[in-house]
Write a new protein. Structure first.
Length: 86
């Protein structure tokens, strides 16, 4: 567990952009929520892919930490290109 935490924190802190694919999630991922929080604290842009309604990650705190919310992988790729290569 310490290794997972260390690796995920390191990845979140050095990333230029974080993309979280929540499509079809049945339960909330605490680890991904933490990665999004770290990215938010580090001012790293976050793109979340999830359904418009009913996803367990549709929580007020995550909604505030997520800079871009889309419903498809293609839309996420488009936003990522715009963020990284305007």
């Amino acid at each position: 567990q310490r290794g997972i935490m260390t690796r995920d924190f390191f990845d979140s802190m050095r990333a230029d952009l974080l993309v979280a694919n929540f499509l079809g999630a049945k339960t909330a991922s605490i680890g991904t929520a933490m990665e999004i929080a770290w990215a938010y604290a580090n001012r790293t842009p976050v793109i979340a892919i999830m359904e418009p309604e009913g996803n367990p990650h549709d929580h007020s705190m995550l909604r505030e930490a997520i800079g871009f919310r889309v419903t498809t992988l293609d839309d996420a790729a488009h936003v990522a290109r715009m963020v990284l290569w305007p």
